[in-house]
Design a protein around this ligand. Sequence first.
Ligand SMILES: Nc1ncnc2c1ncn2[C@@H]1O[C@H](COP(=O)(O)OP(=O)(O)OP(=O)(O)O)[C@@H](O)[C@H]1O
Ligand SMILES: O=P(O)(O)OC[C@H]1O[C@H](OP(=O)(O)OP(=O)(O)O)[C@H](O)[C@@H]1O
Length: 230
Amino acid sequence: MTIRLGVPSKGRLMEKTCDWFAGRGVTLSRSGSDREYAGAVEGIGGVSLVLLSAGEIPRELATGRIHFGVTGTDLVHEKLPRWEQQVEPVAELGFGFADLVLAVPRAWIDVETVDDLDAVAAAFRQTHGMRLRIATKYHRLVREYLRQSGVADYALVDSQGATEGTVANETAEAIADITSSGETLRANHLKVLSDGPVLRSQATLWRSRIAETDDDDRAVVAGFLDRLAV
Ligand SMILES: Nc1ncnc2c1ncn2[C@@H]1O[C@H](COP(=O)(O)OP(=O)(O)OP(=O)(O)O)[C@@H](O)[C@H]1O
Ligand SMILES: O=P(O)(O)OC[C@H]1O[C@H](OP(=O)(O)OP(=O)(O)O)[C@H](O)[C@@H]1O
């Protein structure tokens, strides 16, 4: 058996992931064309490459189909309930930084904090007879954060992309999404609540607690971690 390493096959994390491994003498490469999702690991024996979307890597780790995987903190925390039991972070990779934030229309001058949002949400329900809608794809993280913050009068609206546009499109009153430069929020006349982010994320190397390893694998894992200096 070989150790299976899952890395993003495309998207924003792919190139920097390859650079990070290359900086440690481990070359990750596609075996065929840009569209082929098979790859090779050079510079260390006993490790095979699995190319996956960043969003699928948490589940692949949790089922044990890959032993190691690179993806964002946000995706692991959102997609895996009790993630600590299924995966462990091995190293933060120092790129792919993004904050999961709650944002409201800039015109809501009375709303700066999550407590303010709570007050507005209660008033919104009384006035409109419906709950204030928050658009997001991070359902688990946002629910948990709002529960801990004591906000109850809201409804989550699923938005898998262009989430900042939902307010102007009148399908939500507020949003929770990842931000990095803040440009998308600004362009859509939204402001971030001042309490701090729901979660700070960066690209991280994770190890599956579920994937099986025999004695040979354990020796490969030790050599792999040693080579990566993590
Ligand atoms: N500005 C940003 N916007 C969105 N995600 C970002 C940003 N900066 C870093 N990330 C991180 O990148 C990861 C998502 O990567 P990417 O957008 O390439 O995947 P995806 O497109 O969601 O996945 P898929 O391949 O399934 O479409 C997340 O962990 C996220 O936190
Ligand atoms: O703070 P910024 O640097 O502006 O980046 C944040 C934006 O980038 C991501 O969207 P993405 O490009 O992945 O498109 P999406 O809306 O389809 O998710 C994220 O969902 C935000 O919309």
